[in-house]
Structure formats: structure tokens, C-alpha cells
Write a new protein. Structure first.
Lengths: 948, 65
């Protein structure tokens, strides 16, 4: 039954089914009803981790080292326990930045560096090709073994086959065809392949079921259960050695290394990154995958050791390669159907790995290696070509063919020298070189492009020297002298005992050295300088998470007219237009034409392009049409230091709070002043009413007497009427003065400022009072007045002051012997006028009080009568007037020796009439309100304060 | 994953537990002859603790809502 044709037909039929599934899933995806938007499908597709290396190789490794196969699966289990921290973050970052491969991820993280993307691609391709060769080897071996049924013949002993009869060549060709069909049917901006993922998930199920079927057959069909196998194994010394592990430090060291290594591999192998990060539909699916993927690994390893032991028991002496036990054990029992199923399982494992790996690699080769180079070659004129989407697909198809071709070449030349597991570990060690830049890049903002380049390059070189070159040498590609004696015969440079490091297996040895120099160079070189603007921005996107992704990073602008054709060249016109229309709708616009030419549009176009040609190329392409404004130094600082924004806020807050404090203080002061003014107003009103009531009372009393007693004699009557008249005069004078004072204080008084002849004013005032002086027989001396004194003032107001001072003096001097002297003199700066009397004088404590409103000198009120003479407003009014003109009014007195009232007025630069008039005009021109009001306000303060 | 802030730290704790379970020196305790229900002790320990950790991860991850 198991002829070659049957096997080939079965294989093609199986692949056809897979393709149908993929096609159906793609159609469902286009219809918007995704088949793979399901956490179980996601977890199963992660099973692509298990390749033929697991399917055939685990048993081989178990036969060689007991449980030594397990660390490769314990590592990923541990990794998924950390998924919440690492994988979740990677998925979010990749989604917001449209990252399509691990090369893109690294390039994007360190400032969208094309050089870095290229380096990662080279490492990935070189590192993974042996792994692809391994798949070809496994499938072709399986085919060879199966076609020799019922004999069990090992491929190695089957003899070398000519190229055209080599099944591995045809396997490689069919796989290339399939990968091209799966992966490059069309260009997708997100670089997601729903159909492929669906097919991979199905393949995961097939290989698991196939392995479990063999396991169940071997354990319960050929033996009495697992315990039976172990007890039998214990009786054969050669097999019993596999039941326990070597108990030495280096064995535990290797074990730990493999756990560690496989942890990175499950994250950083291009196909793992593709499935776990790029093809992830929803980060929430991780929740299921966290335990389902480890469970998958557990199940596929459940029967590995029993099968290996059974194989060793069944085929003693090592005639049959342990890598083939799961195929040869059913064959030995004539289970043709099961053997074919196992072969199909192996095919599943191989195709799954090859398809995803080559698609991931071809994307990287195209986006991060070929396109950047082609776009830089001006002679190709690519930058000017209208539609590049066809070219992109073409490049990817060729990349797939070339990668598989290289895999075949490696298989053909080196394949037989190594067991499956050893080849796989070489690839694991290669991708482990990505760990520092990827994981460091996710959690450390200080990494720079130079650091990443240095770390990757150093790690890659050490990996190649300690692991890859020795593998070539063992295959006969290179003379193997340098392994035993070191490069140039230098013992210290022996690749597998570098610098004399002994006691480690080759993988651990390679990892110790390569990761040491990798990490050292990455951190050391990164610390040489502060990350530049672009690196810092990408760092905050990656380390800070998706929240920061709103900031675009583009400061320039370009319109739809430039960006749409650009995107169309890589995606195809229709796709680009559809994407732009979607973007317009998202922004609430009706059509593409309404999209404003802003940084947001540029960012959108860049992410769109990044999906098709990688972030580094996308940036370069977009930059070619965007006229970017230079970054201001402030912005550079902002980007460089994430804390600066917080600092700016704090500073602003501090400033605000300072302003508030100041405003509060001002308000409090204003409030205090208002309350003081309010209180003063109350005082004033109560004083005024009191003052008004006094004359009113006496007017009323005399009027009532006249009214009630008609028999009052004439003399009495006229005396009473005289009092009433004089009280009325006093009252009206009082009211006039209050009004006057109110006017002065509120600043509403009218001033007519002009040059005033002071001598004349004094004489006029004296003349108006001559009668009163004569009546009291008081002598008024005006001898000490210098003639022709002028000053800038209001004539009438000055007159009022003089009258006030003279009548005040007259009031207090004794009758008959009273004497009032007026003096006036001037210096160039000021005019000085004094009115002296020989009255009783004023006590020192009263000398300021008398200028308060309604206050009269205590010692002077009762000189003649009990009644206070005057209104008590004359002096305050006079002082207001004098101070309005920036002069001063005060009193000098010693009690018993009379008093002298003095005022001074400043004289403006000489007493030239013309100038004076001009000054006067300007004086009256400025609103007197301000000066008067504030003066009086200030004065009132002190005055009223003193009166309390 | 992001419904509960505690899921990720709890899983990280399982990670540390796993690192301890699957490495020296705990392995050397089980790396000896004899058998455990017919299985070599080291094999039984690794498979058993592995399954237990997976169960624990499933419990932590799935009960978060």
C-alpha cells in the first residue's frame, strides 16, 4: 500500500485540503467574519513552534539524553507566564506602529533605522536557514523510510541520491510553491494572513493527534502501559542510563541554558513573532493562549520518553536512527495507516514551519533589505515608478524561492553531519541575539541605534565563530584545524573553548560569550550618548506603551495630492484610495479631498506604508514628499526629557499659585481699606449729623418760644430772631463746607489753575475781614508781605484758605489786645505764607488733631463761650486745598504764646507768566480727581485714625 | 489580560515558581534511582509540576473576569 505514488498523492491531497481551508478563511476575512478571531485558534497557531524538530527530533534527543528534550518546551511555558508583561506589550506596540516583522520591530524601536533592519534580517536569514534545512531533511527522510516499507532502511545508508531523484528537492519546490500561494497572493497593508493562520492551526491539530496516536499505540498497543515500558527499560543497562539525568554542574548548566534559550526562541524566531505578534487579532486572546499553548506543548511531549525507550528496546544496537522511531515503530508492527498518518503529521510540522518562517523572512528581506537598497539606486528609477505593488510581491516571491533554495543547499551539503536537535539549537542561539535589543528596547529608553547595531553585530560575529563555523567545519566545508587548534593556531581562540572556557557544551559556550558581548556592546555603546530626537520618540512609544502613540512625530505637512499617489504606488491605487477614504470617514469628513494637509495625515500615510514596505522604508518614502519643519530647541528638549512636560506643568502651577497668593494679598488689602473707608464714612455721617443738630436745636428752641408765647416783648423777640438768623447762617455755612469738603474728597471739585498774585490775594482776604477785625478790635498786621509774589494755584481756593486762616486766628485772639500778623516770602522753590496770632496757643497733642474734620483744639473751644466757634471744617478744607497743590499746611505753637499757621506752595520753575499759564493749563488738563481723591484718601486715613 | 491588574503579576509569580521548579538545585533532589508509581522520579516530577503550573496559569488567567 505504501508505494511512493500513494504517499505523494496523500501528501498533495493533504496540502490541497490545507489550501482550501486557507482560501475559505481568506474569503471569510474579506467578508468581515474572521475565522481566526478566536483565542483557541490563536493558541493552536502558536503550535507552529513545534516543527519536525519536535515531531521527530524530540524522540531522538530523548533516546540520546533521557529527559534532555524537555527544556525546549519548559522555556516557552515560562515565557507565556510572562506574557502579560512582554508579549502583551509587544503586540500593542506592533499594532499601533503597524510592525510587520521582528526586523521592522527592532528598526522601528531605534529610530526607524534601515541599517538596523537590514542587520536583523541578515542575522535572521543566516540563523534560520539551517532550521529550514532541518525541515527538508525530516520530510525527505520520512519519505525515504516510508517508501522502503516493509523494510526499515535508514536514509543515511540508502546511499547518496542524484540531485533529480532527491525527494528533498521536490519537497523544497512544493513548499516554495505553497508558501508563495499562501503568503503572497496579494499585498496587505497590515501584512496579516488569515488563511495561513487558519491552515497553521489545523496543522497543529493534525501533528498533535498524529503524535498522540503513535504514543497511544506504542504504550498500550505494544506494551502494557507507561509503567511497563519504564520497568522494562530499567532491566536493560544501556537504556536504563536514560532514566536519570547526568548529575553534574555542567549538565544542570546546560539544562538551565536550554530553558533560557527556548524562552527567547519562542518569542524571537521570525515565525513565532509573525504568529504571536503580527497575526494576533486581539491582545485579549493571550489570556487563553497563556495556558493553552503550554498545554499543547505538554501534550505533544507526553509520550516522547516512552516512545524513545520503546524504540531503544525494540531496535537495540542503534541500527535505527532514534529520530525516526515514531515512524519505524508502527512500521515494524505493520501499521501502514498509522505510519502514513505519522508521515502526514510530520509533513504538517514541516510545512507549518516553512510556510510561516519563509513568509516572515521574505517580508523582512523585501522590506528591510531589498527595497531600501533598490530605492537608493537612482539608475533603477524606482522612486519615480507609478505602481510598485507588483514589484513588492515579485521580490517576496523570489525571496521565498531563494530562502528555500539556500535551505536545500545547506541540507544537501551539511545536513547529514548533525542530528535534528543540534541544527535547531544553532538557530535558537542565533535568534537569541535579538533578545537584548528587543527586550531592552521594550523596557529601557536609553538604548540607541548605535548600541543596537554594535550589540547585534558583536553577538552575531561571536555566534558565527563559535557555533556556525564549527558546524561548517564538521560538515567538511571548512578545514577543521581551527576547531582543535584555534584560529591562526592561537589556543585561546579555539571556537568552542574561547579564551580557555571549558566544561560547557557548545550551545551554552556560544550563548555565554555571544550574549555577554552582545549585551555589553548594546549597553556600553548606548551609554556613549543620549538618544537623539527620533530614537527618544520611538523609545517613548515602545517603552511608554500605546498611549503615547497619539503624538505623530511629523512636524511637517503634505497633502492628499502627494501622499495618495505615494501610497498607491506600493499598495495599488484602489487599496490606497479605500484606506484614505476610511481615514477620512474616521475623521468625520465626507471625502478624501477634504482631508487637511496636516501631520496627522502624514502619520497615517506612514503607518499605512509601513505595513507594506516596513517602517524604515516608509519613513524614507514619506520624508521624500513631506517638507518637514525643523524641530525647535524647545521641542527637542521636550522629547528628550519626558519629565519636562510634568515639570512645565509644575512650574505653571507654581506660578499660578504665586499669582493667586499675590492677588489674595491685594484683595485682602483692598478689603481692609474698604472696611476702613466704610467705618470712616459712618463716623463722618454721625459727626455731621451731630454738628447739624446743634444749630437746628437752637433754631427750633427759639422759634418755638416765639411761636408759643406771643407776649414776648419786642427787644426779646428781635434778640431771639437774631440768634435764629445767625444759627441759620452757621447751618448753611456748615452745609456749604460739608458739600465743599465732599467735593474735594471725591475729586469732583473744579479747579481753575493759573498764576496767582499771592500778595493781592492776602490783601483781598484781609479786606473782606476788616469789619470783623474792627468789631473785635483786633490788630491785623500785613507788613511782612513781600510784594509781587506769584504762584500757580486756584485763586478762589487760595482766597478760601486765607480767609479760613485769618478768621480762625481772629476767633482765638483776645478782644481788644488781639494781634494777627500775616507774613509772606518766597524762595525760588517755594512760597511761604504764615498767619501768627497771640491767642492761647495749641497743645502739642492737639496740633494735628485740629486738622481733623469737626475737631477743634481742646484748649480753645471754651475761650469765649461754651459753644464751639466755627464749624471745625475750615482747617481740614484748607489743608486739602494746599495739599492739592503739593504744598503743606501745619501749625507751630507753644501754649500761652500764640500760634502760627504756616503753609508752603511749590513754585514751578520761576514765576514767568507765560510758562506759568502753560503749566497751569496742563495742570487743569489732568484730571484733578486722581490726585485729590488719593490725597484725601491717604489723609483721611491718618486723620480719622488719629481722631479715634 | 488587562481586566485585572493582578493577572500579570500573578503569572509572573508562576514564572518565578517555574524557574525554581525546572532548575538546579530542585532537580537534583529528584535526580535519583528508584521509582514513583512506576516512573522515574525526575520524569514524574517534571511532568507533574509542569502540568500543575499550566493548571495554575489557566486558573489565574481565566478567572480574571
Amino acid at each position: 500500500m505504501l508505494q511512493g505514488s500513494v504517499i505523494v498523492l496523500a501528501s498533495l491531497f493533504y496540502l490541497g485540503i490545507l489550501f482550501a481551508i486557507a482560501w475559505y478563511a481568506d474569503r471569510r476575512a474579506d467578508a468581515g467574519r474572521s475565522l481566526i478571531a478566536n483565542p483557541v485558534v490563536y493558541a493552536l497557531s502558536l503550535g507552529v513552534y513545534c516543527t519536525t524538530w519536535t515531531f521527530y527530533g524530540s524522540v531522538g534527543r530523548a533516546a540520546a539524553s533521557g529527559i534532555g528534550f524537555l527544556p525546549i518546551y519548559l522555556g516557552p511555558t515560562l515565557l507565556f507566564a510572562l506574557a502579560g508583561f512582554i508579549l502583551h506589550k509587544m503586540i500593542r506596540v506592533a499594532k499601533t506602529n503597524r510592525i510587520t516583522s521582528i526586523a521592522d520591530f527592532v528598526a522601528s524601536r531605534y529610530g526607524k533605522s534601515q541599517l538596523l533592519g537590514g542587520l536583523v534580517t541578515v542575522i535572521a536569514v543566516v540563523g534560520v536557514i539551517p532550521y529550514i534545512a532541518l525541515q527538508l531533511k525530516a520530510v525527505s527522510n520520512g519519505f525515504t523510510i516510508l517508501t522502503n516499507y516493509p523494510e526499515i532502511v535508514m536514509p543515511a545508508t540508502a546511499g547518496a541520491v542524484p540531485l533529480l531523484q532527491d525527494s528533498a528537492l521536490y519537497v523544497a519546490m512544493i513548499l516554495a510553491l505553497f508558501t508563495i500561494l499562501f503568503g503572497t497572493r496579494h499585498l496587505d497593508a497590515t501584512e496579516r494572513h488569515e488563511g495561513m493562520v487558519a491552515a497553521i492551526a489545523v496543522e497543529s491539530v493534525v501533528k498533535l493527534v498524529a503524535f498522540l496516536a503513535v504514543g497511544i499505540f506504542v504504550v498500550w498497543g505494544m506494551h502494557e502501559g507507561i509503567a511497563d515500558i519504564f520497568s522494562r527499560a530499567a532491566t536493560v543497562p544501556e537504556v536504563a542510563r536514560r532514566l536519570a539525568s547526568a548529575d553534574s554542574p555542567s549538565a544542570y548548566g546546560s539544562w538551565g541554558t536550554l530553558v533560557f534559550l527556548s524562552m527567547f526562541a519562542a518569542l524571537l524566531l521570525p515565525r513565532q513573532f509573525q504568529i504571536a505578534v503580527v497575526e494576533n487579532v486581539d491582545p485579549a486572546h493571550l489570556r487563553r493562549a497563556v495556558w493553552m499553548f503550554p498545554l499543547y506543548l505538554f501534550l505533544i511531549n507526553l509520550f516522547v520518553l516512552p516512545v524513545a525507550l520503546a524504540g531503544m528496546l525494540h531496535f537495540p544496537g542503534g541500527a535505527v536512527d532514534a529520530d525516526t522511531f515514531i515512524l519505524t515503530l508502527p512500521m515494524a508492527r505493520q501499521q501502514e495507516g498509522l505510519a502514513l498518518f505519522v508521515y502526514i503529521g510530520g509533513l504538517s510540522a514541516a510545512t507549518g514551519m516553512v510556510i510561516v518562517e519563509t513568509i516572515a523572512l521574505s517580508t523582512m528581506v523585501c522590506n528591510d533589505l531589498v527595497m531600501p537598497l533598490l530605492l537608493r539606486l537612482p539608475m533603477l528609477g524606482l522612486a519615480a515608478r507609478a505602481d510598485l505593488s507588483g514589484l513588492l510581491l515579485e521580490i517576496r516571491r523570489w525571496a521565498i524561492v531563494i530562502i528555500l533554495g539556500l535551505g536545500y543547499v545547506y541540507f544537501r551539503v551539511a545536513g547529514e553531519a548533525y542530528a535534528l536537535v543540534s541544527i535547531g539549537l544553532i538557530s535558537f542561539a542565533a535568534v537569541a541575539q535579538f533578545a537584548p535589543v528587543v527586550i531592552g528596547g521594550l523596557f529601557w529608553k536609553g538604548g540607541t541605534r548605535d548600541g543596537a547595531l554594535a550589540g547585534l553585530a558583536a553577538g552575531f560575529v561571536v555566534w558565527a565563530y563559535t557555533l556556525l563555523l564549527p558546524s561548517f567545519a564538521k560538515s567538511g566545508w571548512l578545514p577543521d584545524g581551527f576547531i582543535a587548534h584555534g584560529l591562526f593556531g592561537v589556543e585561546l581562540l579555539r571556537p568552542q573553548h574561547l579564551f580557555g572556557l571549558n566544561g560547557l557544551d557548545e550551545i551554552t559556550h556560544c550563548l555565554v560569550w555571544s550574549l555577554l558581548v552582545n549585551l555589553g556592546a548594546y549597553i556600553g555603546v548606548s551609554l556613549q550618548r543620549v538618544p537623539n530626537v527620533r530614537e527618544a520618540r520611538q523609545a517613548s512609544l515602545f517603552v511608554g506603551g500605546a498611549e503615547a502613540a497619539v503624538s505623530s512625530g511629523w512636524r511637517g505637512s503634505a497633502g492628499v495630492t502627494e501622499l495618495l499617489p505615494l501610497a498607491g504606488r506600493f499598495l495599488g491605487r484602489d487599496k490606497a484610495e479605500a484606506a484614505f477614504a476610511r481615514h477620512a470617514r474616521q475623521r468625520g469628513l465626507r471625502s478624501i479631498q477634504e482631508l487637511p494637509a496636516d501631520a496627522r495625515l502624514v502619520s497615517f500615510a506612514e503607518t499605512l506604508l509601513a505595513g507594506a514596505i516596513g517602517s524604515a522604508s516608509a519613513r524614507a518614502m514619506v520624508a521624500s514628499v513631506v517638507t518637514e519643519e525643523p524641530l525647535g530647541i524647545d521641542e527637542v528638549m521636550n522629547i528628550l526629557d519626558e519629565a519636562s512636560q510634568v515639570r512645565a506643568y509644575t512650574k505653571e502651577l507654581e506660578q499660578k499659585s504665586l499669582e493667586l497668593t499675590r492677588a489674595t494679598a491685594e484683595l485682602r488689602e483692598a478689603n481692609a481699606r474698604l472696611r476702613e473707608l466704610d467705618r470712616m464714612k459712618d463716623d463722618f455721617i454721625s459727626t455731621v449729623t451731630h454738628e447739624l443738630r446743634t444749630p437746628l436745636t437752637s433754631i427750633r428752641a427759639f422759634s418755638e418760644m416765639l411761636h408759643e408765647d406771643p407776649k414776648i416783648d419786642l427787644a426779646q423777640r428781635s434778640r431771639f430772631l437774631g440768634i435764629i438768623v445767625s444759627e441759620t447762617v452757621r447751618l448753611s455755612r456748615l452745609i456749604n463746607q460739608i458739600l465743599d469738603l465732599a467735593k474735594l474728597e471725591s475729586g469732583r471739585a473744579e479747579w481753575t489753575v493759573a498764576a496767582v498774585d499771592v500778595t493781592e490775594v492776602i490783601r483781598e482776604a484781609a479786606e473782606s475781614l476788616t469789619a470783623l477785625f474792627a468789631e473785635k478790635r483786633v490788630m491785623l498786621e500785613l507788613d511782612a508781605i513781600e510784594p509781587g509774589l506769584t504762584v500757580l494755584a486756584d485763586r478762589d481756593r487760595l482766597m478760601q484758605v486765607m480767609v479760613n486762616l485769618l478768621s480762625n486766628a481772629l476767633k482765638f485772639v483776645p478782644a481788644d489786645s488781639g494781634r494777627v500778623q500775616v507774613g509772606a516770602s518766597a524762595t525760588p522753590e517755594e512760597l511761604r505764607v504764615s498767619v501768627s496770632d497771640n491767642g492761647p496757643g495749641i497743645h502739642a497733642e492737639d496740633q494735628e488733631v485740629i486738622f481733623d474734620k469737626f475737631r477743634q483744639g481742646a484748649g480753645t473751644t471754651d475761650v469765649l463761650t461754651d459753644k464751639p466757634q466755627g464749624t471745625g471744617l475750615g482747617l481740614p478744607i484748607s489743608r486739602q486745598i494746599i495739599e492739592y497743590f503739593n504744598g503743606r499746611l501745619w501749625v507751630e505753637s507753644t501754649p500761652g504764646a500764640g500760634a502760627r499757621f504756616v503753609f508752603t506752595l511749590p513754585r514751578q520753575a520761576g514765576d514767568n507768566d507765560g510758562l506759568a499759564t502753560e503749566d497751569g493749563e496742563s495742570h487743569s488738563g489732568r484730571t484733578p480727581a486722581g490726585g485729590a481723591a488719593s490725597d484725601s484718601g491717604g489723609k483721611n486715613n491718618g486723620v480719622m485714625g488719629g481722631s479715634q | 489580560m488587562n481586566r485585572s491588574r493582578l493577572v500579570a503579576p500573578r503569572l509572573a509569580f508562576i514564572f518565578l515558581l517555574g524557574c525554581f521548579f525546572f532548575n538546579y538545585p530542585l532537580l537534583s533532589v529528584f535526580n535519583r534511582g528508584g521509582d514513583f508509581f512506576g516512573l522515574p522520579p525526575l520524569y514524574a516530577w517534571l511532568m507533574g509540576s509542569w502540568l500543575a503550573l499550566i493548571a495554575l496559569m489557566a486558573w489565574v488567567a481565566e478567572r480574571s473576569d
